[in-house]
Design a binder for this molecule. Structure first.
Ligand code: FEO
Length: 402
């Protein structure tokens, strides 16, 4: 890890975890991740903003020592999760007089999970400021992006918002800044989908807190720093807006090709009606792919064979995830096949209480789909098109033939 200046007074420490595959044993990390901390040097005091994941502590402490600082007055903790707070005890060992500055909720999490003395804390509230001499830090409470303790620290003189998880990305890179915006957008969308989407309304509120600030940089706790803040805030505005895109996501799998045949047929009929369609075979589901697909999709159709009176467990897992992630999706349906028990739609619908969706009539085929099932899929495609486009569904472009 190399300390790198963002401005003359602010140094970034970005601990890359290139080969980390999963976060919380749940979230896939195809691009690895970074844990970011920042040092702010004022004319009178010095503050460290967040720390790094405990396995990276030794590297972080070594980088901190490379800066040549002899004293550290404050450790600002924007969030108590250990990928940001986990090295606080080691920093306090190095600088025992430093105070941990945070809100009451974050203080509670740190006391509950880390060996930090309760007398080491200075607790602050929304709007509190901390002077470093010629620099001032302002603390903005932004709860639920994504824990109740999360806050943003704003450095007015350098026009930097330190946003911790909010506006971050799991993207290991040696680039200090988000130069490759196409790649960063994908990583940031995956991050939003998996971490922030369940708290979409709170993400909007956090964006509103940033709106009046003069910003040259957004410095998150993961991924590269944004030297073009409007890039990431614009994406978040779009993702958190109530409007959806006319896109249908179809998590599916098939055991004897009946469900797959229905999905293939439905994809074509939806495409003909001008909808974008994203079928996702969930046999080897990357939960991040499903989460990303749901960020702006208007419609989700779960497609499954019937197994032991319910959904195939892998489709059930996709439904469980979709329910937990609570996307802004507005419409849903269930299609599938069965041998002797047509209970699938009720089982899947009951798994989606957090989705604020209108369910269309399901389509079930007994065994191999035949004429009646295909007619029902035509009807479902009409229902979906009508719901998305009103009375005038857009026609798909026809392929010109010679
Ligand atoms: Fe990056 Fe919620 O921790």
């Amino acid at each position: 890890m190399i300390p790198v200046n963002i401005t003359e007074s602010v140094i970034s420490f970005r601990s890359s975890h290139w080969d980390r595959k999963l976060f919380d044993e749940l979230v896939p990390l195809p691009e690895g991740t970074t844990y970011n901390a920042y040092l702010v040097k004022g004319s009178e005091k010095t503050a460290l903003i967040d720390t790094v994941y405990p396995p990276k502590t030794a590297d972080f402490i070594s980088a901190l020592q490379q800066t040549g600082i002899e004293t550290l007055d404050y450790i600002i903790s924007n969030h108590g999760e250990h990928d940001h707070s986990g090295s606080i005890p080691a920093v306090l060992e190095l600088f025992p007089n430093a105070k941990v500055v945070t809100n009451m909720k974050c203080r509670r999490f740190i006391l509950d999970t880390l060996p930090v003395d309760k007398d080491a804390f200075i607790t602050i509230k929304d709007g509190s400021t901390l002077s470093l001499g010629d620099k001032t830090l302002t603390f903005l409470m932004t709860p639920w992006v994504h824990w109740p303790d999360t806050m943003i620290t704003y450095l007015e003189e350098d026009r930097i918002a330190f946003t911790c998880d909010f506006l971050g990305s799991h993207f290991a890179t040696t680039d200090l800044f988000a130069i490759d915006e196409a790649r960063v957008e994908i990583a940031a969308k995956r991050y939003y989908a998996e971490i922030m989407m369940p708290y979409r309304a709170y993400s909007k509120e956090a964006l509103d807190r940033l709106e009046p600030l003069k910003l040259d940089f957004i410095a998150p706790g993961h991924g590269p720093v944004h030297a073009r803040p409007e890039f990431i805030t614009g994406l978040y505005r779009q993702w958190t807006a109530d409007e959806c895109k006319p896109t249908v996501v179809i998590p599916y799998l098939s055991m004897y090709e009946s469900t797959a045949t229905m999905v293939t047929y439905l994809v074509d009929r939806l495409q003909e009606r001008g909808l974008s369609v994203r079928p996702i075979n969930v046999v080897d589901l990357d939960s991040g792919e499903l989460a990303m697909a749901l960020v702006e999709a208007s419609t989700v159709v779960f497609a499954s064979p019937t197994v032991l009176s319910g959904a195939h467990p892998f489709v059930a897992y996709a439904a469980l995830l979709a329910n937990m992630l609570a996307p802004k999706t507005k419409f849903a349906a269930v299609v599938g096949s069965f041998g002797w028990e047509g209970t699938l739609p009720d089982v899947i619908q009951a798994m989606l209480p957090k989705l604020n969706v209108t369910f269309f009539e399901p389509v079930l085929a007994r065994g191999v789909p035949r004429e009646e099932a295909f007619a029902e899929l035509d009807r479902l495609a009409d229902d979906i098109a009508r719901a998305n486009f009103g009375g005038a569904p857009a026609a798909a472009q026809e392929v010109e033939t010679a």
